[in-house]
Design a protein around this ligand. Structure first.
Ligand code: HAM
Length: 428
């Protein structure tokens, strides 16, 4: 075993998976940029205070943060998510409203690594700051849905809830605290610990022993103000108008503290239930204020790349693209033929690769096969002497010799497949 390996929960993403990650982000960017979202690239590291606001009562903040004091005595943390960074950036730069931003990149949470759960994991996400309009909630939720569709996923489900206004949410939280407190002896030990920290999160419990007490728990709908009930009704009507299917889940509270009004989560149809949350989000109308900005409503979501790609594997969609080049140059002359030709082909817009270390013809042919090239160009000492080159279509077509003067044009034709492979001809 090598002395150094990646730390637990951290991975190297190698080809072809790395190309799939890149395409994933590209499809996401295409989806959301078509809806007016602009990219933001926040730093990986922020003052810890930015993330404390994400929720003093959440594991993400209390237990899982990668934080340290830097050489300038600043207490900083690697970001566990990007919503707080986007809000901090808003307060710092004050872009015009509505501000529609998208992002992608790694986040860090010191969690117990398992399938679909890592300590460094990538997300893509969007945030909209400014409007309270339920049409924004609908747009955001629908864009996530459309993105999953664009990947080819068909078994994703959407769960939707509302936590009401902050005052609804706190009255509801108190009612839950009382209800669960009255039945504390019937709850699992771990659930009692959750209750002490955050009664809302008890609703997340999947422990069978908690099921009865959960069933009789107060319901959020009974705590909605008129405004909250109306907002939620309009979000639902908007999703219906778009034909985005969802289920109402009264117990969906989500893991971060900043949510109010709408919350939602997308789940994979095939993953284990513990890790089937592909992404989620909601409204966080107080976060900008908490970070020192003016009262500014916000809503967004983040989707986990790893889990979404696992769901793609399970559904057999969005496979890693095969790696290939247009041309592979085989040069047995020992000179700079391959160096010059690959440069010429690349400048003409083709992708071109070659072998190194003056390998035998046979070994270079093998490398050409492995590269999945469409065309091999072969230069040996005969070709060098006569100013010619051999073109070999790698799809099994017959090879032919051309003059160096027309080589680029011939290679372009064969590699692009825009014209049928020229009939073999020998140049006199
Ligand atoms: P979150 O639910 O904590 O929300 O994370 C969103 C998604 O990131 C999860 O559904 C999951 O796919 C992925 N994820 C989270 N932790 C891990 C992990 N340890 N390993 C692999 N994947 C993980 C947020 O982060 C909020 N910022 C979403 C949001 C945006 N709310 C409003 N705007």
């Amino acid at each position: 075993m090598p002395e150094f390996q990646t730390s637990p929960g951290m991975r190297d993403i190698l080809a072809p998976e790395s190309a799939r990650w890149r395409r994933f982000v590209q499809v996401f960017a295409d989806t959301v940029e078509a809806a007016g979202y602009e990219q933001i690239i926040p730093p990986l590291l922020e003052d810890i205070g930015v993330f404390s606001r994400v929720g003093e009562a959440t594991d993400v903040v209390t237990k899982e943060m990668y934080d340290f004091v830097d050489k300038g005595e600043r207490h900083v943390a690697l970001r566990p998510e990007q919503t707080a960074s986007v809000c901090r950036a808003f307060v710092q730069h004050r872009p015009t409203l509505p501000w529609k931003a998208w992002y992608s990149g790694p986040n860090f949470r010191y969690e117990k690594p398992q399938r679909g759960r890592f300590r460094q994991f990538d997300q893509v996400g969007i945030e909209v700051l400014g409007p309270t309009d339920p049409a924004v909630d609908v747009e955001v939720i629908a864009l996530g849905w459309r993105f999953f569709q664009a990947l080819g996923l068909r078994q994703v489900t959407l769960r939707l809830n509302s936590l009401g206004e902050p005052s609804d949410r706190s009255r509801y939280t108190e009612a839950l605290r009382k209800h669960f407190g009255d039945h504390a002896s019937e709850l699992a030990d771990e659930t009692r610990a959750t209750l002490a920290r955050n009664p809302l999160r008890v609703l997340d419990s999947k422990r069978p022993e908690d099921a009865l007490v959960l069933q009789s728990a107060p319901r959020i709908d009974d705590f909605f103000s008129e405004a909250a009930a109306d907002h939620f009704a309009r979000v639902r009507a908007g999703l219906d108008a778009l034909g985005v299917p969802y289920t109402r889940d009264e117990r969906l509270v989500r893991g971060l503290d900043y949510y109010r009004f709408t919350t939602f989560e997308y789940a994979g149809g095939t993953l284990d239930s513990a890790q089937n949350a592909l992404g989620g989000g909601g409204r966080y109308d107080g976060l900008v204020e908490d970070l020192g900005g003016p009262s500014t409503p916000g809503i967004g979501f983040a989707l986990g790349l790893d889990r979404t790609l696992l769901a793609c594997d399970d559904e057999g969609v969005f496979a890693a693209p095969p790696t290939s080049v247009d041309v592979f140059v085989i040069d047995t002359t020992g000179g700079f033929e391959a160096t010059v030709l690959t440069d010429e082909f690349r400048s003409a817009g083709l992708s071109a690769d070659r072998a190194y270390d003056n390998r035998s013809m046979k070994s270079q042919m093998k490398a050409a096969d492995r590269s999945n090239a469409r065309v091999a160009v072969i230069i040996g000492s005969d070709e060098l002497a006569s100013g010619r080159a051999v073109i070999r279509p790698m799809n099994g077509g017959e090879q032919f010799t051309v003059s160096r003067a027309t080589l680029l044009g011939d290679v372009l034709r064969v590699a692009r497949g825009s014209e049928p492979t020229p009939t073999p001809k020998e140049i006199k």
